[in-house]
Design a protein around this ligand. Sequence first.
Ligand code: GNR
Ligand code: NI
Length: 178
Amino acid sequence: MALRSILIAPDARLKEKSKPVEGPVTDEHRRLMDDMLETMYDAPGIGLAAIQIGEPLRIIVMDLAPDGEPKKPRYFVNPEILSRSEEMFAYEEGCLSVPEIYDDVERPARVRLRYMDYNGKQIEEDCEGLYAVCIQHEMDHLEGVLFIDHLSRLKKEKALAKLKKAKKLAEENKEHRL
Ligand code: GNR
Ligand code: NI
């Protein structure tokens, strides 16, 4: 397993639409999922889409187990939302690719999901609560969408300005160290 670096917005790759895994889930996909999970735990975060480590594939990992409880890794290959509740739910979101920015996003409270797991088995299930929030956040990444894209234009512009400033500072620090 290997730790990979997480792309930080603004980055054109985070706007790419990820491609479906064609054919069966292979050991190579499982290696990618292992690396994604390790990278997510290290960050730490509760979910990660492959594009966040620069791989434009429709693969997601997640672990919603509270701190101190046994780990419960989940893997999603080619996830699809089959239906959404009319009822909405607002939750304060964050994103490993959008550091230090948090804001409420409203999404359908429940979704019915179809995906393949780590072993390529087809699964259908209903999600709610944090699980529904997280899978919708991750599936947005597969379409090149970030949670700040759901905010008002003003909030989004402020967030982007902050991200650009942080990137510029990081670049300047790097040059100093050379
Ligand atoms: O670690 C994460 N926490 C989080 C909190 C609220 C809503 C969504 C998330 S997902 C995020 C990790 C991440 O950026 N996944 O793409
Ligand atoms: Ni994210």
